[in-house]
Design a protein around this ligand. Structure first.
Ligand SMILES: C[S@@+](CC[C@H](N)C(=O)[O-])C[C@H]1O[C@@H](n2cnc3c(N)ncnc32)[C@H](O)[C@@H]1O
Length: 272
């Protein structure tokens, strides 16, 4: 399995993140390797999109390890992407990312600002004869459904961070229920009646039903047909799920293959 040597402290800004970030990057690294290997001879160009890109290097809170961030993992793929398209809202992280990424990949598009606005500039920079992989990894419910619709103008598979426990289920009753323009409404998109769904569903089934609602929105309005899921937890507490969305069954097949083996070395079995 392809693995990058760990980063060194380069003196630029390094944010501290939760330990669970390592599991997220485990799946991303493996998927990028499988995706670029499988697709490199099938498409004119391969692009990588990272709308919530971070600083490029992060420090894990518990172990103090340094880890590559998602854009730097993509920049060092064994079979390189033709172009990277990155967006980051925090100026401090954007400055660090811009310096780091230029060392590893030629001519990346790096935007500073809100991804839900920058998406239009990114989409217009990607040609039709290309396939993209988009990693959409905000902290909470900050990925607007409209942004996914804009992204569907280019041919792209998606890996979405969906913060069910981290945000939606933690905040819906107190912060979102009475606000018709809440983050949960913007994330799930038009016509998603999450209020009555969560109200009538027993607590232990809410995460799964909410995920199904999100996926049905993606199927209906964004043209994705193939979905795979990976639950990310910390010390047995569920935090969020990674959702792979593909237009072709090959994307789901690649995901199943790379996700067979978990970060702790365990294998899944068909009856799990
Ligand atoms: C979970 S971190 C991303 C980590 C990165 N994808 C990685 O895996 O290394 C989320 C990032 O999104 C940024 N962010 C939050 N809201 C944003 C927005 N609306 N547009 C762009 N970036 C945003 C935050 O500053 C933060 O760096």
């Amino acid at each position: 399995m392809f693995q990058l040597p760990p980063p060194k402290d380069d003196g630029l800004y390094i944010p501290t993140v939760g330990q669970h970030s390592k599991a997220k990057h485990y799946f991303l690294t493996r998927y990028i390797d499988a995706f670029t290997t499988a697709m490199k001879d099938k498409w004119g160009e391969l692009h990588y999109i990272d709308l919530f890109a971070g600083a490029g290097i992060e420090k894990l809170r518990d172990s103090k390890e340094l880890n590559w961030g998602s854009p730097m993992i993509a920049a060092q793929a064994r079979f390189p992407f033709n172009r990277l398209h990155l967006c980051e809202k925090s100026k401090r992280k954007f400055d660090a990312l811009k310096s780091r990424i230029q060392e590893k990949h030629p001519n990346p598009q790096v935007l500073h600002g809100d991804a839900n606005i920058g998406i239009h500039e990114i989409v217009s920079d990607i040609g039709q004869n290309s396939l993209s992989l988009a990693f959409l990894d905000p902290y909470g419910l900050h990925l607007a459904y409209e942004t996914l619709r804009s992204l569907s103008a280019v041919r792209t598979d998606l890996i979405i961070f969906f913060p069910d426990h981290l945000d939606a289920l933690r905040n819906w009753e107190h912060n979102y229920l009475d606000n018709p323009n809440s983050n949960l409404d913007r994330c799930l998109g038009p016509g998603a009646d999450w209020r009555s769904l969560l109200d009538k569903t027993p607590a232990e089934y809410r995460a799964e039903r909410l995920r199904n609602l999100y996926v049905s929105q993606l199927k209906a309005h964004s043209g994705y047909s193939y979905f795979e899921y990976e639950r990310i937890s910390h010390k047995k507490h569920p935090l969020y799920i990674l959702i792979l969305c593909g237009r072709h069954k090959l994307a789901a097949e690649l995901w199943r293959k790379i996700a067979e083996k978990k970060p702790d070395g365990q294998r899944t079995f068909p009856f799990d």
